[in-house]
Every structure is written in structure tokens, then in C-alpha cells.
Design a binder for this molecule. Structure first.
Ligand SMILES: Nc1ncnc2c1ncn2[C@@H]1O[C@H](COP(=O)(O)OP(=O)(O)OP(=O)(O)O)[C@@H](O)[C@H]1O
Length: 338
């Protein structure tokens, strides 16, 4: 039984996390493994059913920061609530740190800490009291509690004995994370960690999440902010209508879609696109502006530049745009509807 729940274990990063880690004895390759996970809600007293998750297969590598993205109502909260033990699955299986959530409920629960969206603590407790209370709820013996160490990691040491109501918004959010860490779970789930949080605070929280990950905690986060996923996550699953429609490393997701653009600005109006341009994905947005779209990884840029040069255009400016997860997300979710 894998039981190293310490978050001081070194953690490799980026896309090879699963490959690097799979051979460590006693440690699961995947922090979370879902197979055919399905949830159908039954509206109380009626025959109406709502299929919130439909046969979801997902493998979250140990040591990764994994993003779960999806539009409202896609099924993200249902998935997290099943892992947290708050919602019962209808069928399929889910393993947390190698433990089946049904057959081995207790070790599965002890392997995960969930940070909900809403602040949920009594403002008249101090951070230290809150963590001690929470550790008690999880049955962590006094000798094994690490409340002070956790407060230190989350940058809250000097507020350990202050009423939580006097903490800043950012500190309160960090305290929520600290609270989810009292039983030293190897997996931390953050549900929309920066919803409604300003840019500065968001950056600060990202830094703490990265720090926890460096210390060995696998992070699963849901977010509406694609920028957040792009910035933080090693791997991303996009979920729509209860189904996983894409799951890949962040890099591969960004590379696989036709998401880069090159825009040429011309000194004169162009009445007709040169024939040599028809082999490209090209659009003339104004008489003096042509935009090419191309895949980041197929080396088309050199061909485009050569064709533009051969066409003797009077180019006065060239602009490129990376494209981002937003483009990918829109392309994929649009595709799923059609
Ligand atoms: N208790 C419930 N009873 C019936 N239907 C539910 C229940 N909880 C969620 N649903 C439905 O299941 C679907 C998935 O909801 P879920 O909350 O998991 O989505 P989500 O991706 O978390 O959305 P959001 O980003 O808005 O929180 C939605 O259509 C929702 O209305």
C-alpha cells in the first residue's frame, strides 16, 4: 500500500512526470485514476435524470499540476465531489493514490485534501487553532501534527495566533489551503482557487501552489481562467457535457491546434490574394492586411514567409500571435456541439 503522504518528497515537473516516476517502488504512478466514471443525478421525486459525468477515463500523474477545464455545468464539481466523498458515483471506478474510493474509503480520503471555493472557517479562531481542530477531525495524533510547519509553508507563521477575521483576503485563501493540508495528503484539489481574486493575489497564490508542488504534492485544480491553466498546469483535461474531450500536456495542447497567426500589413491595397497563397489557411481582413494561421509545430512559417516574399508584396509590418488555450478551448467545445 503506498503510504508516503509526506509533502516533502522531491517532485519532478513538466510533461514527463508520469514516465519519470512510474518506477519508484511503493508509489503509484498516478495520483488519481478514473475509469468509466459516470454520474447520473436523479431529481428528487421525479423520473428526470441528469447525466453529469459520462464514462470519464482520466489519469493524473503523481507529482503533476493537473488542470480540469470546462464551461459551466460541464461536470467538474461533480468529479471533484466524487473524489472528496461528497457525491456517490453511479458507475465506473475511481482510485486516489492507488486506493479505490469505495473499497478503501478511508485511505482514499486520507490521501486527498480539498480546498473548496468558499471560505469556510470561523472568524473567531486563530489559524493555529483552526489547523489543530481540523487535524483532530482527521484523527491526526498530536505528536504527528505539523500545524506550525504548514503555516510556515503558506506564509502565515506571523499570523498563527491572530483572529482569522483580521487576515487579508489572500491570507484567508492561503489558510484554506493550509487547512486542507493538515493530514499531509499527497494530493491537493483546488476548486477555482482564484475565482474573483485580483491579479496580484492570483500570482501570489500561484507561487504557493508551485511551492507545494515542488515539495511533492500533486495538484488538481479546476479553473475558468485559461491563463491560469496555461501558466500553472503540466497537463490539462478539457471536459464538456460530462465527457473528457481533450487530455494532454499543456505544451502538446497548445502545439496541436492551428493557433498561431502571422499578419502582414501592406503599404497598398491588395485586390486579390496571390494564387500561391491558396495552399495556406489565409484571410484578408482589410485591403491592407493578410492573416495566415498555422500550426505551431509543422514548420509552415518558413513557407509562408517565402511565398510572401515571392509575391512581391510591399510589406510594412509583420505581427505574430501565439494563440493560447482560449483558442483551443473554443475550437474544442465548439466542435463538441456540432
Ligand atoms: N445535485 C444535483 N442534482 C441534479 N443535477 C445536478 C446536481 N448537481 C449538478 N447537477 C447538474 O449536473 C451537471 C454538472 O454540474 P457540475 O456542478 O458538476 O458542473 P461544473 O462543471 O462544476 O459547473 P460550474 O463550473 O458551473 O460549477 C449540470 O448540468 C448540473 O446542473
Amino acid at each position: 500500500m503506498p503510504d508516503d503522504h509526506s509533502y516533502t518528497t522531491a517532485s519532478p515537473r513538466k510533461e514527463t512526470v508520469a514516465q519519470i516516476q512510474k518506477d519508484i517502488p511503493g508509489m503509484p504512478t498516478y495520483a488519481v485514476e478514473l475509469e468509466g466514471l459516470t454520474k447520473v443525478y436523479q431529481a428528487a421525486g421525479t423520473a428526470t435524470e441528469k447525466r453529469a459525468l459520462s464514462s470519464v477515463d482520466l489519469k493524473i500523474p503523481r507529482g503533476s499540476i493537473f488542470g480540469l477545464l470546462g464551461p459551466n455545468g460541464a461536470g467538474k464539481s461533480t468529479l471533484i465531489n466524487i473524489l472528496a466523498g461528497l457525491v456517490n458515483k453511479t458507475s465506473g471506478s475511481a482510485k486516489i493514490w492507488g486506493h479505490d474510493i469505495k473499497e478503501e474509503m478511508r485511505p482514499a480520503r486520507m490521501s486527498i485534501g480539498v480546498v473548496p471555493q468558499e471560505l469556510n472557517f470561523d472568524p473567531f479562531f486563530t489559524p493555529l487553532e483552526l489547523l489543530e481542530l481540523q487535524a483532530g477531525l482527521y484523527g491526526v495524533p498530536k505528536s504527528e501534527r505539523r500545524s506550525e510547519e504548514i503555516l510556515e509553508v503558506m506564509g502565515l507563521s506571523d499570523k498563527a495566533k491572530t483572529y482569522t477575521r483580521s487576515l487579508s483576503g489572500g491570507m484567508k485563501r492561503r489558510l484554506m489551503v493550509a487547512k486542507a493540508m493538515v493530514h499531509s495528503p499527497p494530493i491537493l484539489v483546488l476548486d477555482e482557487p482564484t475565482a474573483g481574486v485580483d491579479i496580484e493575489l492570483r500570482q501570489q497564490l500561484w507561487a504557493y501552489v508551485r511551492e507545494l508542488n515542488k515539495r511533492g504534492t500533486t495538484i488538481l485544480l479546476t479553473t475558468h481562467y485559461l491563463e491560469e491553466a496555461e501558466e500553472l498546469c503540466d497537463e490539462i483535461a478539457i471536459i464538456n457535457h460530462g465527457q473528457v474531450i481533450a487530455c494532454d500536456t499543456t505544451q502538446a495542447l497548445l502545439a496541436r491546434i492551428e493557433s498561431k497567426t502571422l499578419t502582414l500589413s501592406l503599404s497598398e491595397d491588395l485586390n486579390q490574394l496571390p494564387n500561391s497563397f491558396t495552399r495556406f489557411h489565409v484571410e484578408q481582413k482589410t485591403p491592407r492586411q493578410i492573416t495566415f494561421s498555422y500550426k505551431a509545430d509543422d514548420g509552415q512559417l518558413a513557407d509562408i514567409l517565402k511565398a510572401a516574399n515571392d509575391a512581391d508584396l510591399n510589406i510594412v509590418d509583420i505581427m505574430t500571435d501565439q494563440g493560447d488555450l482560449e483558442d483551443i478551448f473554443l475550437q474544442l467545445t465548439r466542435g463538441a456541439h456540432s
